[in-house]
Design a binder for this molecule. Structure first.
Ligand code: PEP
Ligand code: MN
Length: 334
């Protein structure tokens, strides 16, 4: 439910109303725009007397929200959310590029890739330490040691770091991680999402392998319900009958989600396609349809990569993608 507040109302009046609503076991989200202030009410709103609320002097209108996702809903929060990842902003016109290897493999590898990615205009460094692999016999990542190497790369380059969490028990290891990734396979790991909701860390929530946009937004809602609203959605392709590509990149999700939600949306063409030559055209298309950022896998020697080499770009290829993407961005902005 949302209550649209009249113009010219004082902060004290808003606070009074907030206390009154909170005393009815509702949580109140305030969204102050340039012209409109909206109060979003979450919880069991069935007992709320709409007429009573609407007749209050400071309330313009009350509306029920029919979608099951509330906090993530644009009706609650008409302005774009801008997520600040240790100084790098994403959303609301701020574009960010997350780049780096699928997995952290060694100190030399991560530092070399980090430096090259930064030189080309990448803004956040990715690298998997805990890897969700289909086979238990495949490389599982350097785990805690991988996180240490990412921190060294951060010290060397100043780039904030992004890496995947698979188990809430590992949260203490992630204190210096700037943006915590929830991978596709864990999008509906609700216990993990609830734990992340208790932190104030920015979260990159990837779309599940076969999940609808509504299910994805409900997963964001799990994190937001705990009080953490710093969420970036990441489209990474969904399972279809197609086999030439690893997944099918659902670019329609970008404008659709931006209409439904205020959260930033980034696109990962690497996991979507699984083939390095498709990364450039899909990255350009993602920017053209309004994505707030990209996630791209870059490896100093893709042929020798321990994970996802076929979809990884060389630093030179990444540099070329950045140049093309920047051009598209200029056109889109006009
Ligand atoms: C990744 O980003 O390394 C990854 C495993 O991606 P996804 O969860 O989208 O498969
Ligand atoms: Mn990967």
């Amino acid at each position: 439910m949302i209550a649209i507040i009249k113009q010219g109302v004082t902060d004290a009046q808003i606070e009074n109303l907030t206390h009154w609503l909170e005393s009815q076991n509702l949580s109140v989200h305030l969204s102050k725009g340039e012209y409109t202030t909206i109060m979003g009410l979450v919880g069991d709103t069935s007992a709320v007397d709409i007429e009573l609320l609407e007749n209050l002097e400071i309330v313009e209108k009350v509306k029920r929200i029919s979608e099951p996702f509330k906090s993530a809903n644009r009706k609650f929060h008409p302005n774009d959310t801008i997520v600040d990842v240790s100084g790098v902003k994403i959303g609301g016109g701020n574009f960010a590029v997350i780049a780096g290897p699928c997995s952290v493999e060694s100190e030399e590898q991560i530092i070399e890739v980090a430096k090259r990615v930064k030189e080309s205009g990448g803004t956040l460094l990715r690298g998997g330490a805990f890897k969700p692999r289909t086979s238990p016999y495949d490389f599982q990542g350097l785990q805690a040691d991988g996180l240490e190497l990412l921190k060294i790369a951060k010290q060397e380059t100043g780039m904030p770091i992004v890496t995947e969490i698979m188990n809430a028990n590992h949260l203490s290891l992630f204190e210096d991680v700037d943006l915590i990734q929830v991978g596709a396979r864990n999008m509906q790991n609700f216990e993990l999402l609830k734990e992340l909701g208790k932190t104030n860390k920015p979260i990159l929530l990837k779309r599940g392998l076969a999940n609808t946009m509504k299910e994805w937004l409900m997963s964001a809602e799990y994190i937001m319900a705990g009080g953490n609203e710093n969420i970036i959605l990441c489209e990474r392709g969904i399972r279809t009958f197609e086999t030439y590509t690893r997944n099918t990149l659902d670019l329609s999700a970008v404008p659709m989600l931006k209409e439904l939600s205020h959260l930033p949306v980034v696109v990962d063409p690497s996991h979507a396609c699984g083939v390095s030559k498709l990364v450039k055209p899909m990255a350009m298309s993602a920017v053209a349809c309004g994505a707030d950022g990209l996630m791209i896998e870059v490896h100093n020697n893709p042929k020798k990569a321990l994970c996802d080499g076929a979809q990884s770009l060389t630093p030179d290829e990444f540099d070329d993608v950045m140049r093309r993407v920047t051009k598209i961005m200029e056109v889109v902005k006009e």
